[in-house]
Ligand binder design. Structure first.
Ligand code: ARG
Length: 596
């Protein structure tokens, strides 16, 4: 923020307000609502008139605006001031400070984005379940979580991403009992055997993908079959050695598989922990919570009330946390609380962010309150970042192809195919070799998918529309890649002609607007991070691409007859824009090909 053009103007205006005995903060300068008139505006004259009126002094905002203009008039950061409407002041910064600032951005490899004093932040995202099929909510979590992780890292924070696998619930009991009925002779099912189980997994990923739905369907139809799964879950959680050994195989095989899928999406986790990994902490945790006196017995279950005004009859307020069910089983609340202890012990983070479907908002509210009640965390340290659902064109939650399971591999393949089709339709890169074409299609497909998701406000639902996502026109990932690649090609041509870049000078209005767009990057980064809102960054990237395209139309670079210094300055603009585009795209997980 410091030293941006906006900041410099702000200082000048706040001083003017203060010189006229008004509180400086009412003189704040902001980006204009009417950029066609001027890039910045100050609305403080209205507030100033309000203050005078309260004191019983007659005041006209336009007159006050006039006085403010007089007071700042000679400031060298300003080229033009104009009163509009009831007393708005439109502000045009001087070309000198705009050029100065652009040169500062040019010299900075972060193109102006400041660093924050580092905090340790855990991001809990991805959240895939072992065996249970992935759904589109898991995809959103991965895409949004990855963007936030990179954004916060870019700010200088120490960020640890944890996939937090779902590997401790009924789905494990389904797998175990179904496998038992298929292959009862496996050593895992001999309750007398306590160790020496085979190192080799008895199941593959495909086996699991078959066993789980089979067990789940049978259990829905038959309560007796369900009981078998529940029984296996309870015995697993009670520590039956053969079941534990099986669980380890399930988890290992799933992680291997998921790692590949996430890698294709460009999503990387630092920790591959899960619910099962914190199970050993649970007995001591429950004992501690009981010692603290925050637990209650209820109907044989152990609960933690978290809302004094909770009224179960009227279904009002926040229901208690379920620490242990009547059956003795631990639940989703329990593993999330134990995970909070684990993170405290292992990492001691300043903040933990949970990127999980909005429909789990109540769950996290309950867990956070209980963790706070136990005195482990402040409520400000724990944040649930919910998101809306992705729907198909039919308005129902999106699923792939057969309408069933969402597999990351299928999804990336679908995006790749759609991108390849669009590239062909637009005749882009069709003369390149097969390998390069495939690489480009992959990048375009991923850019399409991620940008389509991240450009939305996190909490809104959106419709999955591959055709629209992969379009090269409009606010899409492919449009942005194309914009960046065009700059790369321009810079290559300049290099071939041995044109050098140099100091930035302003010769055209389009250069002012491009410089100011670039100068907004630092603000964008801090706002997007503070609000945990990747869409703010997406908006910036899109506007920057548009600003560049306007600039390039107005300000030719390679054409004959451009003077050396002007060409050098414009090449610097191109270079700076490309670097900022790539920084921004990289944060949202999008890679730019060399050419298209
Ligand atoms: N596995 C969970 C699900 O599929 C998501 C996990 C989210 N993270 C957490 N700490 N609860 O719904």
């Amino acid at each position: 923020m410091k030293n941006s053009v906006l900041h410099t103007l702000n200082v000048a205006f706040e001083k003017a307000f203060s010189d006229l005995d008004f509180p400086p903060e009412i003189g704040q300068v902001r980006e204009s609502d009417r950029p066609d008139l001027a890039p910045f505006q100050c609305n403080g004259a209205m507030a100033a008139a309000g203050i005078l009126k309260k004191k019983g002094v007659k005041a006209n905002p336009r007159e006050i605006a006039g006085k403010i203009i007089e007071a700042v008039g000679s400031d060298q950061s300003i080229a033009g001031l104009e009163i509009a409407g009831p007393g708005f002041i439109n502000i045009l910064p001087s070309e000198t400070i705009v050029a100065q600032r652009a040169n500062t951005l040019l010299a900075d490899d972060r193109t102006g984005a400041s660093q924050q004093s580092p905090k340790t932040i855990v991001i809990d995202y991805g959240g895939a379940n072992v065996a249970k099929p992935m759904h589109v909510g898991h995809l959103r979590s991965a895409v949004i979580g990855e963007a936030l992780k990179r954004l916060l890292r870019f700010q200088g924070h120490n960020v640890i991403g944890d996939v937090h696998l779902g590997d401790w619930g009924l789905q494990m009991g389904h797998l175990i009992s179904e496998l038992e009925s298929e292959k009862p002779d496996l050593p895992y099912f001999d309750s007398a055997q306590t160790d020496g189980f085979p190192k080799e997994s008895p199941v593959s990923m495909d086996d699991m993908a078959r066993l789980y739905p089979a067990a789940s369907a049978k259990s829905k139809a038959d309560p007796e079959r369900l009981k078998l799964s529940q029984q296996a879950t309870a015995e697993l959680q009670a520590g039956r050695p053969g079941y534990r050994a099986l669980l380890d195989h399930f988890i290992r095989i799933s992680i291997e598989y998921l790692k590949k899928g996430y890698a294709e999406l460009g999503v990387e986790f630092d920790l591959w922990k899960g619910e099962a990994s914190v199970d050993p902490l649970i007995p001591e945790m429950i004992a501690e919570m009981t010692r603290l006196g925050i637990t209650e017995e209820s109907d044989g279950a152990l609960i933690i009330p978290v809302d004094d005004n909770y009224d179960p009859e009227k279904r009002k307020g926040i229901p208690p946390v379920m620490l242990r069910a009547r059956t003795g089983a631990v639940l989703y609340h329990t593993t999330d609380l134990a995970t909070l202890i684990d993170r405290k012990n292992e990492i001691d983070p300043d903040e933990i962010l949970y990127v999980v479907d909005q429909r789990q908002a109540m769950h996290f509210e309950q867990v956070f309150r209980a963790a706070h009640k136990a005195g482990w965390y402040n409520l400000e340290q724990l944040e649930h970042l919910g998101f809306g659902t992705v729907n198909g064109k039919d308005g129902k939650p999106f699923t792939t192809r057969d309408g069933g399971v969402l597999r990351l591999a299928d999804l990336t393949e679908m995006m790749r195919e759609a991108a390849a089709k669009k590239l062909a339709e637009n005749n882009i890169g069709q003369d390149f070799g097969a390998e390069e074409r495939a690489d480009i299609a992959e990048k375009v497909g991923m850019a399409a998918l991620k940008f389509a998701d991240l450009q939305n406000q996190r909490t809104t639902n959106y419709v999955f529309d591959v055709d629209r996502f992969t379009a090269f026109e409009g606010k899409t990932g492919p449009y942005l890649l194309y914009a960046a690649v065009r700059i790369k090609s321009l810079l290559r041509k300049a290099k071939d002609s041995e044109f050098l870049s140099g100091e930035i000078t302003i010769t055209d209005k389009a250069e002012v607007q491009l410089a100011l767009a670039l100068d907004g990057f630092d603000r964008t980064i801090s706002q997007a991070a503070a609000k945990r809102a990747p869409h703010i960054l997406c908006e910036h990237i899109y506007r920057l691409a548009q600003s560049f395209s306007r600039f390039y139309t107005e300000c030719p670079i390679l054409k004959d007859g451009i003077s050396g210094p002007v060409r050098a300055s414009r090449l610097s603009f191109a270079d700076l824009t490309l670097r900022q585009l790539e920084l921004g795209l990289n944060i949202i997980g999008i890679q730019v090909p060399e050419r298209m």
